[in-house]
Design a binder for this molecule. Structure first.
Ligand code: ADP
Ligand code: MG
Length: 695
């Protein structure tokens, strides 16, 4: 197999468009894709026909408008190309209209009250900026999803609007610097973490099947303490899976670049090469889907949940984010950042945005599953802060604190062995604990969970940075009426850095000291989804979306409600699953084991009355006690889950403060029983069998 030959073979990409579309049509479509020009409706029939012919040549019989409702998944409804033309004859057809709009029933998708239930109509509209592709006999057309009344019901429409906002505001700002940009786009490279578990073992765990994570499980004798899994050599089944996955992704034009073992046993990572945000979001959705499908082919289960196992690392999705215009990365400090006024201003704007809208950044990654990472004693913490690295950090310190700035000399490194090469050393070290780290020419937002859509954090990042740009342009336009331009920029940058300096933190973000320090600085520290999402209802956090044209007020409120609803529903499913497993699987198993112990003990005592039995008796007592508590906790958890009330805010707080702790209490007794129970009696695979199941 030659990779360049298979790369993108399933995608209606630029090469295919160029060779199948009339040249005028191709040029017009490119203008839409590259410069954001509104699509010319007269070319729709021609594009649709070329797409259909190409799809037929790939064996497709159906097409679907592929969209991203307010879940973390994608949705699709397949229609075939068949069109009867009289008599018995049919032709295969895709009209321009069918390419451009679809009309799925919207009533069963979350709308957060933005749409009355009886108003079921929804529309999907083609997004030409993300390429169509053929998968499993269907042509997939990426689309946005809106209601009859025009409210967005998906993640893509606001994402595109946020990209428009940052493009518009960045261009205005660049214009002040004499730069006429055609388009400013954001780029994203999402690193995807996941776990692999043997399918047979996976299927024996009701919690994994129903909730994606283990609700019970005593730690295996060996976790990640030896630090030998990270970057370790790949086991044969894992290597075969990764090879198959890479090939599959390449066929869909997805630039899967690196793969490696992660810190926890059975944990791995895949990183693609970055692309424009919209495409990065779509391809990440497709990547997650294909990971599961390719895993199934290898009789593996791919777990994308943020915290499938307690006691070891969870999975995230690092969102590498940058901003560029043709040939210029706006987050590249260059050789002399101290003289790069544009870079320093843009940096200051990002810092301001992150500080001012920390509530939104925290809220956009909040979910039941991500609560186990953020604020759950695991990286990164729930507090938003920015790590700038040594060079830029020192420069900002010098501006804010009036310290002397010594420019960072570009150093050549050597490992001190004569045969080894001399290599340039990066100007910043890494800080793995920071939720939002400047990494040379991009920001890495590390709070996103592994199963979440990449759209959410980018909608927020693009919007809040666009707002900071808009403010900067307005202030600078005023200032340069009375001031020298350079002085005005310098003065404004300095003002922003001083005002928002509290968000910068260059040290260990894991320790309890940081929580105390962050509290002194007045930074937010929301530990669960209920509290984090409450930020979204604040006026200033709604206004910014409205001003930047990303959400209407109704849409912003509806989305926050849906997020809370999802949180409550997820936890309720977990609570019911946990109670079910405890009552129907764990309790009877432990009871049987205790009965056997008792029978044996009675028999032994009858035969040898004088032998010591203290440990055995203690085991019976401990197991019986744990099992009794388990049963009573399970009953009470079930009752609490049933108490969850309707209204989102109240239900989410009840969930966070009553249901989640009740689940933890139940788990305590289950794990205690597991530690004591015979392996033979335990009703499902334990952590050792799950984490070391793939050879
Ligand atoms: P690390 O593990 O050190 O964070 P990786 O190489 O695994 O590094 O991932 C870095 C990610 O950042 C890749 O997906 C890469 O494509 C992406 N990236 C690099 N440059 C940019 C950029 N300008 N904009 C967005 N993403 C970028
Ligand atoms: Mg990373």
């Amino acid at each position: 197999m030659k990779i360049p030959e298979i790369f993108g073979e399933n995608v209606f990409n630029d090469g295919v468009m160029r060779s199948t579309l009339p040249s005028e049509v191709y040029k017009s479509l490119r203008k839409t894709i590259d410069d954001g020009k509104t699509i010319d409706m007269t070319i729709a029939d021609s594009v649709a026909n070329a797409m259909k012919d190409w799809a037929l040549s790939k064996g497709a019989t159906h097409y679907t408008h592929w969209f991203q409702p307010l879940t973390n998944l994608t949705a699709e409804k397949h229609d075939n190309f068949i069109e009867p033309v009289g008599g018995d004859a049919v032709i295969m057809q895709l009209t321009g209209k069918s390419l451009i709009v679809g009309e799925p029933d919207a009533s069963s998708f979350p709308s957060g009250g933005s749409r009355a239930t009886e108003r079921a109509r929804g529309y999907t509209a083609w997004d030409p900026t993300s390429p169509a592709f053929v998968k499993e006999g269907t042509l997939y057309i990426p689309t946005i999803f809106v209601s009859y009344t025009g409210e967005t019901l998906d993640k893509k429409a606001p994402l595109l609007k946020s990209m428009t906002a940052i493009d518009r505001e960045a261009k205005k700002l660049l214009k002040l610097f004499g730069i006429e940009a055609n388009k400013v786009s954001t780029t994203v490279g999402p690193e995807q973490e996941y776990f692999l578990v043997d399918e047979e073992v996976f299927n024996k765990r009701q919690d994994l099947v129903l909730t994606g994570r283990t609700l019970f499980g005593a730690p295996a004798p060996r976790g990640q303490e030896l630090e030998d899994h990270y970057f370790g050599s790949l086991k044969p089944r894992v290597a075969a899976f990764m090879k198959d996955l890479d090939e599959t992704l390449w066929r869909y034009g997805i630039l899967s670049k690196s793969k490696h073992n992660e810190a926890a046993p059975a944990q791995h990572e895949l990183a693609p090469i970055f692309t424009t945000t919209n495409v990065a979001v779509d391809t990440n959705q497709l990547t997650m889907e294909l990971m599961k499908k390719v895993a199934a082919k290898h009789r593996l289960a791919c777990l994308l949940h943020e915290k499938p196992f307690a006691y070891i690392n969870g999975s995230g999705k690092h969102n590498n984010w940058s901003l560029s215009t043709t040939g210029l990365n706006l987050l590249d400090p260059g050789d002399k950042p101290e003289e790069n006024k544009l870079f320093m201003l843009i940096l200051a704007c990002v810092i301001k945005a992150a500080d001012k809208y920390q509530g939104l950044l925290r809220a956009c990654v909040a979910s039941a599953s991500n609560d186990h990472r953020l604020g759950g004693g695991e990286a990164p913490p729930a507090i938003i802060s920015i790590y700038l690295g040594d060079e830029v950090g020192a420069l900002v310190d010098s501006i804010v604190l009036g310290k002397n700035y010594v420019p960072h000399k570009s150093v050549k490194g050597s490992i001190g062995v004569p045969e080894s090469p001399i290599f340039p050393i990066d100007s910043t070290d890494r800080n793995r604990t920071s939720p939002f780290a400047f990494t040379g020419n991009k920001f890495e937002f590390r709070m996103l969970g592994s199963s979440a859509s990449v759209a959410d954090p980018n909608i927020v990042l693009n919007t809040i940075v666009a707002e900071a740009f808009a403010d900067a342009t307005e202030k600078l336009e005023k200032a340069i009426k009375t001031q020298d331009f350079d002085e005005a920029v310098k003065g404004y940058t300095e003002k922003l850095l001083k005002k928002h300096y509290r968000i910068i933190f260059n040290y260990n973000g894991y320790g309890p000291e940081w929580e105390e320090e962050a509290a002194r600085r007045g930074l937010l520290n929301h530990k669960n989804t209920a509290e984090a999402v409450a930020e979204c209802f604040k006026k200033e956090n709604i206004d910014v979306f409205v001003r930047q044209g990303v959400y209407t007020k109704n849409e912003a409120v509806a989305r926050a409600k849906i997020q809370l609803e999802n949180y409550v529903k997820t936890v309720r499913i977990e609570a019911l699953t946990a109670a079910d497993m405890a009552i129907k699987q764990i309790y009877p198993a432990v009871n049987n084991y205790v009965a056997e112990l008792c029978r044996n003990l009675t028999a032994k005592k009858a035969a040898f009355a004088s032998l010591p039995y203290a440990a055995e008796e203690a085991l019976i007592k401990d197991l019986s006690t744990a099992n009794e508590h388990l049963l009573s906790c399970a009953n009470s958890l079930k009752a609490k889950a049933a108490e969850i009330v309707k209204e989102e805010t109240e239900a989410s707080l009840f969930t966070a403060h009553v249901v989640v702790p009740a689940m933890a209490e139940l788990r305590k007794y289950a794990d205690e029983a597991e530690r004591l129970c015979s392996k033979e009696y335990w009703p499902f695979p334990n952590y050792y069998e799950l984490l070391y199941s793939v050879k």
